[in-house]
Write a protein that binds this ligand. Structure first.
Ligand code: FAD
Length: 205
């Protein structure tokens, strides 16, 4: 299965971010002030006045391989919850196969993953009467491979989302997390009404 991203929620807009910055003077909005929002957003970002961007947020559901999930977890300024093989048996055996590999190695990884999944379920079944289901579940997962896919729910504020994109929508990052970052920014660009239009532009998108 391909890794996938869904945008499940968002809060705020360029206007909310601008008003947060204008709290230092007056939040009262006039049409003239509204027309200054694009320039203000650009100036806040380029001057490093980044806290107003924390007033917007984006929330995603991500289905991805465990290696990419670890990359997501590294971003401490986010909120992440994930499907847990400690609490439930991963029955679906979802896994990712790199799209740029040749057929020979895709085939080998697929065989290896299927065998690992077979052992995962067998280990869980045979160790349950000995260790109890709780311990059997949490330890049988050692058979799961790095390309096993799990679902996570991750939310960023717009300041930490910019940091995530800078680091992960980059050629220095692993291809799979780059793909996830690009799916995320495309989803945000396509929110109806484009509420973060000028914020995203200020980031260079
Ligand atoms: C190309 C690449 C290679 C990497 N290789 C490795 C690797 O080999 N091993 C590895 O362990 N990780 C690796 N990482 C992960 C990396 O070290 C970061 O953990 C990850 O990118 C999260 O970045 P961050 O700290 O900026 O994000 P967040 O944790 O989301 O933090 C956001 C920002 O908040 C501030 N902040 C957060 N916490 C603190 C703090 N405690 N003190 C001060 N400021 C803070 C910083 O300004 C930070 O940029 C790699 C990342 C990339 C992009």
């Amino acid at each position: 299965m391909k890794n996938s991203v869904e945008l499940i929620g968002h809060y705020g807009s360029d206007q909310i971010i601008a008003c947060s910055a204008w709290t230092s003077t007056s939040r009262e909005l006039t049409e003239e002030k509204k027309s200054r929002i694009p320039k203000l957003i650009q100036m806040l970002w380029s001057d490093g006045h980044e806290t107003p961007f924390e007033k917007g947020s984006v929330h995603f559901l991500v289905n991805c391989d465990i290696a990419s999930h670890i990359h997501l977890l590294k971003h401490r300024i986010s909120s992440l919850n994930a499907e847990s093989a400690r609490y439930k048996e991963l029955k679906d055996d979802k896994f990712y196969l790199p799209e740029d590999w040749n057929a020979k190695w895709i085939n080998r990884l697929e065989i290896h993953t299927c065998r690992a999944d077979f052992l995962y379920h067998l280990c869980l079944e045979e160790l349950t009467p000995i260790l109890g289901r709780k311990r059997a579940k949490e330890s049988a997962r050692y058979f799961k491979t790095y390309n096993s896919q799990i679902q996570s729910d991750i939310m960023f504020n717009m300041r930490s989302f910019a940091n995530f994109l800078k680091l992960r929508d980059s050629d220095h990052a692993q291809k799979e997390i780059q793909d996830i970052a690009r799916q995320m920014i495309d989803l945000v660009k396509n929110i109806e009404g484009n509420p973060f239009e000028h914020t995203i532009k200020a980031w260079g998108y």
